[in-house]
Design a protein. Structure first.
Length: 130
């Protein structure tokens, strides 16, 4: 029973600051963050629809907020999260078919998702502002 009193020395897991997460893990974490952050965009969309249904004063109140700097940042962030979440969802649908599970292909598809989300965001904002 003396063994119970002895300190057991076990190896410690590497901390997240030491361990480099693979791109697939980072994509998974950021996909969840994007999904949760899209809730704020949904609330803004509801505010727009309810404001338009109530009347011109409520609609103007929303438009004043949406055209402010904070409102524009929120709408831009929502669009980035929306496109990222959508592109990553398409990647997961492809994975559900059993394709692209090879480590190298999974990493490359992660970079493709990021690039596609950036391109879709830029094209959408370019079309919206012109």
């Amino acid at each position: 029973m003396d063994n119970i009193d002895k300190e057991i020395k076990r190896p410690l897991s590497p901390h997240l600051q030491v361990y480099r997460l693979p791109i697939t893990a980072l994509m998974s974490i950021s996909n969840r963050i994007a999904g949760v952050s899209m809730i704020f965009g949904i609330f803004m969309l509801l505010w727009l629809l309810i404001g338009a249904a109530i009347g011109p004063d409520s609609y103007k109140y929303f438009m004043d907020f949406a055209s402010s700097t904070i409102g524009k940042i929120m709408i831009f962030g929502w669009s980035v999260a929306l496109f990222y979440h959508m592109c990553n969802g398409i990647r997961h649908l492809i994975w559900d078919t059993g394709l692209m599970f090879d480590k190298n292909i999974a990493e490359k598809s992660g970079y493709i998702v990021i690039l596609a989300a950036i391109i879709l965001t830029i094209v959408t904002w370019y079309c919206a502002l012109n």
